[in-house]
Design a protein around this ligand. Structure first.
Ligand code: GLC
Length: 438
């Protein structure tokens, strides 16, 4: 994928699903859809108020407040209170597991990282949604296939897709007119431009020992042909591609054009540094574009553009991320919880998440909506939208947290200079094989 990664992907046949879904649905995305979140909750008797607790990680964009406000207008007798969870997905996960393993009904609706549904379904933490989906005629074909699949385990749907994330390269268009096409070009441009226009760094990524590190690692590894598991679930991580990718990642982390403490960076630190105007390039998820253009938060308004991540020998690769919403199996208000979940994940709710929050919808007809198209240059770009389907998923497995921990530990040791990429890849192979039982 040398010329234009997004364009190439679009011609690779992946665009077809998208086109069919949009034209086939016959809905105007500007209009809230029947049976998809805009209907009053018939089950809640008039005059009786039910209180729902909705949990999700820190939201820097204000979209969650707006979602709750708009839902409240339609459902005055379902009061939704927001519970802020840690912004680190791993810490968020651990707190939820603690609650659910004690069968707590404390929260009703919660957002799930795309890597959780298999584990949570297997553990019995989630209410299955199939019957509700069918009852309300929610058309799953309107959603991005990969996002639906992330919420499906053992043939059942456990979570509804909310928004989709893919790794992107943000660049300062006032300093670098054309984004780098390869990782080597990124290295060269970072060295050349670091210090210009008040910057201190060339590149910012997420290199702390947490889930974001796994996402960054997969992007380097896949760009050079590495793969954690194959389609049959066999462990294929020990390959020259993974070693090359990890070697390139290490070269960048140890370079003098990233912050010295880059191994403490998550998305939060990345945002803060980039919005201050301190770096030429940034790897982050789509939402960053919304805050980069928010005058209240950003010193680089109007000077940030977005491109696919640079390519290695095997092309450009972006990790598939994103969030879904599910219902706590132990919730005392499953009907009302479904009303809120349905609202958030249908046209109206996803539009708020896209326009206010800058996150890419999983509800395909919204890509035809003018307000959504205006919210980010990405959403009006067919190549980006089709390219989403080519993003690299993390292994779908009930033992995913174990796989992630192994990668986090072994990759961190390489970045800290404690082991060579070859040794890390061998260790990951042995430990992941043990974790998945293959
Ligand atoms: C984003 C992605 C999520 C990923 C996380 C890592 O929130 O949507 O899938 O696990 O970043 O930090």
């Amino acid at each position: 994928m040398k010329a234009n990664a997004w364009k190439k992907i679009a011609t690779a046949g992946l665009g077809l699903t998208m086109a069919v879904s949009i034209t086939g649905c016959g809905n105007n995305a500007d209009q809230p859809q029947q049976g998809q979140g805009n209907q009053p909750a018939a089950e809640t008797p008039a005059g009786e108020t039910v209180e729902l607790i909705y949990a999700r990680g820190k939201d820097q964009t204000g979209a969650t407040t707006k979602l709750v406000e708009e839902f409240q207008k339609l459902h005055p007798n379902i009061k939704v209170s927001f519970r802020e969870m840690p912004s680190d997905t791993g810490q968020n996960h651990d707190q939820l597991v603690t609650m659910f393993s004690a069968q707590s009904s404390e929260i009703d609706v919660f957002d799930l990282d795309v890597i959780w549904p298999a584990e949570f379904a297997q553990a019995g933490y989630l209410l299955p949604l199939d019957r509700l989906i069918e009852q309300d005629g929610v058309k799953m074909d309107d959603y991005i296939k990969g996002a639906v699949a992330a919420g499906n385990f053992n043939g059942q749907q456990w979570a509804m897709p909310k928004f989709i994330d893919t790794g992107l390269l943000f660049y300062r268009s006032d300093l670098v007119p054309n984004p780098p096409k390869t990782w080597d070009e990124l290295i060269a441009l970072s060295k050349e431009n670091k210090g210009k226009g008040g910057t201190k760094y060339g590149y910012i990524m997420q290199a702390k020992q947490y889930e974001g590190l796994v996402c960054n690692f997969i992007e380097f590894s896949a760009a050079y042909g590495g793969k954690i598991l194959d389609e049959q679930g066999n462990v294929t991580i020990n390959s020259p591609g993974t070693i090359k990718g990890l070697t390139k990642m290490t070269e960048i982390v140890k370079s003098d054009f990233v912050p010295k403490n880059i191994t403490t960076y998550t998305e939060i630190e990345s945002d803060a540094t980039y919005l201050e105007g301190e770096s030429v390039f940034l790897r982050n998820w789509p939402y960053h574009f919304a805050i980069a253009n928010d005058k209240e938060k950003s010193k680089v308004v109007g000077n940030v553009k977005v491109a696919p991540l640079p390519a290695g020998d095997a092309g450009s690769a972006a990790t598939l991320g994103g969030w879904m919403s599910g219902i706590n199996k132990f919730s005392k208000h499953p009907k009302e919880a479904w009303e809120f979940l349905k609202f958030m994940t249908a046209a109206e709710g996803q539009k708020i998440t896209a326009v206010q929050g800058g996150s890419a919808p999983t509800f395909l007809p919204l890509y035809e909506d003018k307000d959504v198209q205006g919210a980010s240059p990405l959403f009006a770009n067919k190549d980006f939208v089709n390219g989403i389907s080519a993003a690299v998923p993390r292994p779908v497995s009930p033992v995913y947290p174990k796989i992630s921990d192994i990668i986090q530990i072994e990759v961190s040791k390489v970045l800290a200079g404690q082991q060579a990429p070859e040794a890390a890849v061998q260790a990951m192979e042995a430990k992941i094989k043990e974790a998945v039982g293959k």
